[in-house]
Design a binder for this molecule. Structure first.
Ligand SMILES: [Zn+2]
Length: 263
């Protein structure tokens, strides 16, 4: 599941290939926009907002995309054929480059005025220029009974966190994912940690939260169920939480992150 840092980098790659150039081809392979044609329009900019991507186009249009579970953007020379089969959802190309959106979970074409309707509900973006930790804390604290592990994935509170940053952040904060937000001592520290982790990884494809770039050493708890905690040596636990089936996985250390509810 791509998290905010992956989407941030995708916006950067799309921008380098498309921004300031005239589209020579657009191919929407979603029923709703199958007849849309952006040929002849200049791409103004590509920006990420949490896990959402906005491609702003001359003439007041915005292409809104979301990678969801396993979507990706492939950039290649314009002369290359897009991958075959039914995985391609969108192609945007200029004279030099083509951007191929594969398995995108959302492809929408709206007027730029309508962006707010699509991303206006999002909380502060961890990688946005307008990152506002106090506002993130305020939103999280509105539902004090929600488990902090669930609340961090709710994009209305803060935008960009997925299962990996959730697990790693809560480990570093020493907070059990099951603890209610209202019982977390310092929610501000949790959101600041999450932002620092994601910001440090925003330009590199290998996500590392331990500071150790060696293979298999990059995470404290995520993907390490049953292996010894790097701090205390106890076995890392793995469980499920949250409503969305694809976002359930949680990893934590029972010793370093106490406070699990009993019963
Ligand atoms: Zn531990």
């Amino acid at each position: 599941m791509p998290e905010g840092d992956v989407v941030y980098r995708a916006a950067g790659r799309l921008g380098r290939a498309l921004d300031g150039r005239v589209l020579t081809r657009s191919d929407f392979r979603v029923p709703r926009h199958a007849t849309a044609d952006l040929t002849g329009r200049t791409v103004l900019e590509n920006v990420s907002r949490g896990k959402h991507l906005l491609t702003r186009i001359e003439g007041g249009l915005t292409v809104h995309t979301h990678l969801r579970m396993d979507g990706s953007w492939q950039i290649s020379p314009a002369t290359r054929r897009p991958p075959p089969g039914d995985v391609v959802r969108l192609v945007l190309a200029n004279a030099e480059w083509q951007a191929v959106g594969v398995r995108l979970g959302v492809v929408d074409l709206v007027t730029t005025d309508e962006e707010r309707r699509l991303v206006g509900h999002l909380g502060p973006d961890l990688l946005g220029p307008d990152w506002d930790p106090a506002e993130a804390v305020r939103r999280l604290s509105e539902r004090p009974g929600t488990a902090i592990g669930e609340a961090l994935l709710d994009q209305r509170n803060l935008a960009g966190i997925g299962t990996i940053y959730r697990a790693e952040t809560l480990f570093l904060a020493g907070v059990s994912p099951w603890r209610p937000v209202g019982a977390v001592e310092d929610v501000g520290r949790v959101v600041t940690l999450a932002q620092r982790l994601m910001h440090a990884n925003r330009e590199r494809p290998e996500r590392v939260t331990t500071g150790d770039l060696r293979p298999g050493r990059g995470s404290w708890v995520y993907g390490r169920a049953g292996r010894p905690c790097l701090r205390c040596g106890q076995r890392i636990s793995r469980g499920e939480m949250g409503a969305q089936p694809q976002e359930r996985l949680i990893f934590w250390c029972r010793h370093c992150q106490p406070g699990e509810p009993t019963g």
